[in-house]
Design a protein around this ligand. Structure first.
Ligand SMILES: Cc1cc2nc3c(=O)[nH]c(=O)nc-3n(C[C@H](O)[C@H](O)[C@H](O)COP(=O)(O)OP(=O)(O)OC[C@H]3O[C@@H](n4cnc5c(N)ncnc54)[C@H](O)[C@@H]3O)c2cc1C
Length: 461
């Protein structure tokens, strides 16, 4: 492999911009390609959502140094911004007022990546060929050549469908006018769609919880509003999270508020509801669920689907990727974040080593690096790109050093055999493939991990 100079970064979200800042510090030449018209395009879609991590967790160190050189007034590290405030006070100044502005191309959607002169099958000499990125802007198709690529394009624009099998429910596409994905602004821009209506929210994660809490606030203002929480699982309590044990206290508070709403009867809760079909009706939708031959249904005006996100791998089909078959993330990361194995938001910091792909000098970073797993934190992404930039600059020692202690998000069901010291006994000491101390102990004892050994760090279903 030749020396790296130009690095293409896909996406001008918080992690893509942090990557560019670290690459610049390392003397490399980043080019950020952003599909949207401005930085933070994905975050601008959920600008009304208040983050559960305070400013102190949300600013990358290299990005902070670039901003400091412009006289930036850094926010209170203990305050919680909304997505919109994070864009306005951090991402936009970073992208438009620092030297990064010369390295960003907006309205530039990457549509394909290959190696110059090599199709996917051809091996000899492949690693020395530059990457060829195709991207589309107002003028048509353009090409960028780069020595390395960091894909930080997130997952916001590829939400999971409502269908319980991972496929869209029958009729889902035809009903799209009455379905919103992710976290619509139910108290603001989209209020008219939900005030006084019957609204179903499908999902069990933080996005569903946040939307249900906002809808309950709307129902207090407009009492005709009815809220139905549709859950695929059997137990709503699994969505209440770590509560007071969550070191990200704002995230714990969301779970506690949701628990109160359920207890007060403010929401109608339908558990074990696995959506199979959505039928548009004259007024509203009929959402059907079938389980073991037992057909059920609810009739609503609007449906909000908050079932998580998946990575868009379509534009990467000419690259040699190694991905976990379930999570679609780099394989070394999967045991750390697999929601089947454990529910900890506590993830060991990791970098270039764990994120490396069979295609040399190609890395996933940020939200997309977690594939379909739901527990990503910006802070994790900042450490990823610090490490990747060091690796690309030829400093493997710095790439392997861990510069970060992540907050424990105490949402595990720790069994009595787990050692004390935090979620699942705290992070592993030695084993890179272990998610926590319990998992490491179990693997060293020859078992398949803590879930197999002890009954689990978290829910199995
Ligand atoms: C509602 C919500 C709340 C969250 N709250 C928190 C929180 O409180 N704390 C926390 O740490 N994390 C939080 N996260 C998780 C995560 O940190 C954020 O999603 C964060 O925005 C991820 O940053 P990113 O740079 O990886 O991706 P994104 O912010 O999604 O940025 C990706 C960028 O890539 C662009 N893009 C996509 N496809 C292409 C393409 N083909 N070509 C070019 N550009 C492309 C997009 O337009 C976008 O601008 C939250 C996530 C969500 C959805």
């Amino acid at each position: 492999m030749g020396e790296v100079n130009r690095v293409a970064v896909i996406g001008a979200g918080p992690v893509g911009l942090a990557a560019a800042a670290h690459l610049l510090e390392r003397g490399l030449d980043p080019v950020v390609l952003e599909a949207g018209p401005a930085d933070g395009h994905a975050m601008r879609q959920w600008s009304h959502v208040r983050l559960f991590s305070p400013w102190g967790y949300n600013v990358d160190k290299a990005a902070g140094r670039l901003l400091a050189s412009t006289g930036w007034n850094s926010p209170d590290p203990d305050a919680y911004p909304t997505g919109g405030e994070l864009v306005e006070r951090y991402l936009a100044p970073l992208a438009t007022r620092t030297v990064l502005k010369h390295h960003i191309r907006t309205t530039a959607r990457v549509t394909g990546i290959g190696r110059v002169g090599f199709d996917k099958v051809k091996t000899a000499g492949r690693a020395d060929a530059p990457f060829e990125l195709r991207y589309r802007n107002g003028a048509g198709d353009e090409t960028l050549l780069a020595d390395a690529v960091i894909d930080a394009s997130g997952t916001w624009f590829s939400p999971n469908p409502a269908g319980a099998s991972g496929l869209p429910a029958i009729g889902e596409a035809a009903a799209k006018d009455r379905i919103a994905y992710g976290m619509p602004d139910v108290l603001g821009a989209r209020r008219a769609s939900y005030a006084g209506r019957v609204v179903a929210v499908l999902g069990a994660g933080h996005s569903a919880a946040g939307t249900l809490i906002d809808l309950a606030a709307l129902a207090r203002e407009v009492p005709e509003t009815r809220i139905i929480w549709l859950l695929r699982g059997a137990d709503p309590a699994k969505s209440f999270g770590g509560g007071a044990n969550d070191k990200l206290s704002a995230r714990g508070a969301v779970g506690l508020m949701l628990a109160d709403l359920v207890a007060s009867g403010a929401l109608r809760v339908e558990t074990g509801f696995r959506v199979t079909g959505i039928e548009p009706m004259e007024r509203g939708l009929r959402i059907a669920a079938t389980m073991a031959g037992d057909a059920r249904g609810v009739v609503v005006d609007e449906l909000i689907v908050a079932t998580g996100f998946r990575p868009d791998l379509g534009f990467l089909s000419e690259l040699r990727l190694g991905l976990d078959p379930a999570l679609e993330c780099p394989p070394a990361l999967a045991p750390l974040i697999d929601p089947n194995e454990h529910s900890c938001g506590t993830v060991r910091p990791h970098g270039a080593l764990e994120l490396a792909q069979p295609e040399p000098n190609f890395y996933f970073a940020g939200m997309k690096s977690y594939g379909r797993a739901p527990t990503f934190l910006m802070l994790t992404g900042y450490e990823q790109v610090r490490s990747i930039a060091a690796e690309l600059a030829g400093d493997p020692a710095a790439a392997r050093r861990v510069d970060l202690v992540l907050p424990e998000t105490g949402v595990c069901n720790v069994t009595s055999s787990a050692p004390a010291g935090g979620c699942c006994g705290g992070p592993p000491k030695e084993d890179v493939s272990a998610c926590c101390a319990v998992d490491e102990m179990a693997k060293q004892a020859g078992a398949g991990g803590c879930a197999a050994q002890t009954g689990g760090c978290g829910p199995k279903s």
